[in-house]
Design a protein around this ligand. Structure first.
Ligand code: MG
Length: 321
């Protein structure tokens, strides 16, 4: 996401923040919107898009890759709200005129299989001609009644946690963009992390049900950007401090091969789609016990803005190419 794009998003969120609809419990600015449609039954809704030239290049994207990723990035937003059961989706595509029919059929087949895998239906969609291929989806789920987790509740003194991969998708994208054939063979897990992020629905549900987090979002644009968002919305200073344990062995091997610190990928890299959450320090033991895959990646203090400890590389908030 570019800086200008972030500013535009802020403006959009301000414009629509108070729509005067009492059923809208949570409006623009979070991972999902929340609509009350019956007492105690809230609808949790999000939308996302994958655009050729922004999120992928045709030379390394199969229709199956695109279908899987489209569904997963949307589900990841549901996961970041806490205990939400995905229900259904509508899907759309803008396709170049020269797109082979077989491509579209394969996309649909893969999307159906993926929806089945996550137990949701495909309720409808739209198809149009376009100059660049793009694929978009709106997905919704139901909250079960346990409190949803927004981006707004973090407090000074909280710890910052990550559950899920860090930096692996960015390394995967780098390999897809310009890696050698040997690198593609050596690091299938990194490439897989880019194309098949695992929406952390079970972890998100547990965090919501157990009331572990004070604020949460999914890590779509990198740890630095997530820290900036949390800092702005929760009005805290976020100190990001990523320990050696956060580095997966394949990312370590890849970063060494490229002569770059692995934190370059972990801090700046986007599209990991893990969960970033703030939690009171007294919850540390419970989090370790209930969610052993989560680890501390920083802390929150009084103040504003964010800083990155133990990494002196350039902090560039993640930009798509
Ligand atoms: Mg999100």
């Amino acid at each position: 996401m570019k800086r200008g794009e972030a500013r535009l998003l802020e403006h959009i969120e301000k414009t629509f923040r108070f729509p005067g609809d009492r059923r809208l419990l949570l409006g623009p600015g979070d991972d999902c919107a929340v609509l009350r449609h019956a007492a105690g039954r809230d609808l949790v809704i999000t939308t996302d898009e994958i655009v050729e030239g922004t999120h992928f290049l045709p030379r390394f994207a199969t229709p199956e890759d695109l279908a899987r990723k489209l569904l997963r990035v949307n589900l990841s937003d549901l996961a970041s709200m806490g205990e939400v059961k995905p229900v259904s989706c509508v899907v759309g595509a803008g396709l170049r005129r020269d797109t082979p029919r077989a491509f579209t059929l394969r996309f649909m087949r893969a999307l159906k299989a993926e929806a089945l895998r996550f137990g949701i239906s495909i309720a409808g969609g739209n198809l149009a001609g376009a100059r660049e291929n793009h694929f978009y989806m709106t997905v919704w789920g139901e909250s079960s009644g346990s409190r949803l987790v927004t981006r707004y509740g973090a407090r000074p003194g909280d710890l910052l946690f990550n559950a899920g991969p860090l930096g692996r998708a960015a390394a995967g994208l780098e390999i897809l963009m310009g890696g050698s054939a040997a690198e593609k063979k050596l690091f299938p897990g990194l490439v897989g992390a880019f194309w098949r992020p695992e929406p952390m629905l079970a972890a998100g549900a547990l965090i919501g049900r157990e009331g572990l987090a004070s604020a949460m979002l999914d890590n779509s644009d990198g740890l630095a950007r997530s820290a900036a968002i949390l800092s702005g919305l929760s009005r805290c200073r976020v100190i990001v401090s990523v320990g050696e344990g956060a580095c997966s062995p394949d990312l370590r091997a890849y970063a060494e091969r490229k002569g770059r610190p692995w934190r370059h990928y972990a801090v700046n890299g986007g599209e990991d789609f893990g969960l970033i959450f703030a939690a009171q320090a007294r919850k540390l033991a419970a989090i370790k016990r209930l969610l052993p895959a989560a680890f501390v990646v920083g802390r929150l203090e009084k103040g504003s803005g964010f800083e990155i400890e133990n990494f002196d590389g350039k902090i560039s908030v993640f930009e798509h190419f």
